[in-house]
Design a protein around this ligand. Structure first.
Ligand SMILES: [Zn+2]
Length: 507
């Protein structure tokens, strides 16, 4: 694209990526900051994306045998104290409820009163409160596996927040399962990682790498943490979902025991896994451009904006009749199993204003219908994954077919574009010098712009990991599951290593 060409978002990605991100959210009207520190208001277009994420993921959870349930938002403090690593990991970001009511003083000012004998923590994650229920529900091997999911809100008192990526309150789902054997629990952990990877790639069109976290990056209290990692357009990594094998740690803490096939009581094996509204941040940062949001059709709240154009009542009648007819016809067909949704935009605005409104919101297709189009028996269709100026003249009787085939094609293109970007910004590095150069910003004005993903050897020593983090703010994103064993030398200390890991800067 020509640099002088007008774009809807200022600044552009390459000028100031984090400000660009905020401006895309604003232009697409997805969410806004609230007066409550670190908490966001999710607006209808943003929430509709979350509803779609929920719908499709929920279906995948149920197809893999899970059921939904709901547990309290408040966790008694002593539940939390039972798992030492867990409390250590979350202690610094807990909202704590200490009072139960308000009382007015002599000046009429409200003060908290009714101090609780035991404080409650507002859930930062629910392993302990759900564990308390599971301890009651699980008695025999016949009760297993227990496969539960909860859709809920979470509070983590974050110091630095950013819409969708890191907020004090966010929405998520958390799966919690109980198993008879270690093997079953490990299989479940990886099964759900696969579900997340499939969802991210097939619906969000975000290519992800499945891997294991290192000791220092894993979930507090877990034995093993697995994740899916994606590359954003500033070449930083974003963790899009995690799945934890908890061993018997939480079963011990919550006393989840069952009578096994030999008639003896033993501790169960548990897992937990989650994704959150952070996925919307990933969606924005992976696909959007300098004209605003770009949505993969399968996750878009609607698919086609129909923009009627007319100058007088006579033209209006003709144009609106066709607009309604097309909208109704399109709403009766599916693409990739998803019913097509249309927005007929007849607002009192110029066609250019209405076009830009939908471009910024990431509407996959726009159909303009004017009197001249009707006389030529055709309409103009534009695709969000092409230049806003590009328009295709499509005969009216071919519109439905065109949309039905173009939407899946766009879904695929958007995925391949993101995958291509990741591949172009991924390198194997074997020299420490080159590694340090790769992760050093190209110039001081663009501290965000740096290499990308480096596949390099690591000896397994947390000290090497720590040093690299200190020097470069680069972390091991994961030890990829689908990579081959290979002899090499640690990028930091030169000690022997058996596998490459992924290093990157991350959100
Ligand atoms: Zn090392």
């Amino acid at each position: 694209m020509n640099k002088a060409e007008r774009t809807a978002i200022e600044p552009k990605r390459e000028e100031n990526y984090s400000e660009w991100y905020q401006q895309v959210i604003k232009a697409a009207d997805l969410a806004e900051n609230s007066e409550v520190r670190g908490c966001m208001v999710i607006k209808p277009w943003g929430f509709a994306i979350w509803e779609n994420i929920k719908t499709y993921l929920d279906r995948m959870f149920k197809e893999t045998g899970h059921q939904n349930a709901y547990f309290p938002i408040f966790i008694p403090l002593h539940y939390f104290e039972k798992e030492a690593e867990h409390i250590e990991g979350f202690a610094k970001e807990c909202a704590v409820v200490t009072h139960s009511r308000l009382e007015a003083d002599e000046q009429g000012k409200l003060k908290p009163a009714g101090e609780l004998t035991e404080p409650y923590i507002v859930r930062p994650t629910s392993e302990t409160i759900i564990g308390a229920s599971f301890a009651r529900w699980v008695n025999s091997y016949r009760d297993l596996p227990l496969l539960i999911n909860q859709w809920a809100n979470i509070v983590r008192w974050e110091m630095r927040t950013r819409l969708f990526l890191r907020t004090t309150e966010f929405l998520w789902q958390e799966g919690h399962t109980v198993h008879e054997t270690e093997e079953d629990a490990r299989l479940e952990t990886l099964r759900m990682l696969d579900v997340y990877a499939k969802f991210a790639e097939e619906y969000l069109a975000i290519p992800v790498i499945k891997g294991a976290k290192t000791e220092s990056e894993k979930f507090p209290g877990a034995v093993d943490t697995y994740c899916i990692e994606a590359m954003m357009q500033d070449k930083k990594a974003l963790q899009c979902g995690t799945s934890h094998f908890l061993g018997q740690n939480f079963a011990r803490a919550s006393n989840i025991r069952f009578q096994n096939r030999e008639g003896e009581f033993q501790y169960a094996w548990t897992t937990s896994w989650g994704v959150s509204t952070r996925l919307i941040g990933a969606l924005i940062m992976t696909h959007s451009d300098d004209n605003g949001l770009v949505l993969p059709p399968k996750i878009a709240p609607a698919h086609i904006a129909i923009i009627p154009i007319y100058r007088n009542d006579e033209e209006k009648d003709k144009v609106m009749t066709l607009a309604h007819k097309l909208s109704n016809e399109l709403r009766q067909v599916n693409f990739d199993g998803i019913p097509i949704l249309t927005e007929l935009d007849n607002r009192d605005l110029t066609s250019s204003e209405r076009n830009w409104y939908w471009i910024k919101k990431g509407m996959p297709l726009r159909i303009e219908i004017g009197p001249r189009d009707i006389s030529s028996n055709s309409v103009m269709i534009s695709r969000r994954d092409e230049n806003p100026k590009d328009k295709h003249r499509i005969m009216i009787e071919e519109v439905v077919d065109y949309c039905k085939t173009t939407l899946p094609e766009m879904q695929k293109n958007i995925f391949l574009k993101a995958k291509d970007f990741r591949e172009q910004n991924t390198v194997k590095i074997d020299s420490k010098e080159e590694f340090y150069r790769y992760f050093t910003p190209k110039n001081e004005e663009e501290p965000e712009i740096h290499g990308g993903f480096a596949h390099s050897h690591w000896c397994g020593n947390p000290l090497c990991e720590e040093k690299i983090k200190e020097d470069l703010k680069v972390t091991i994103r994961c030890i990829p599951l689908e990579s081959e064993k290979e002899e090499g030398k640690c990028i930091y200390c030169g000690q022997p290593s058996s596998q490459r890991v992924i290093f990157a800067k991350a959100y």
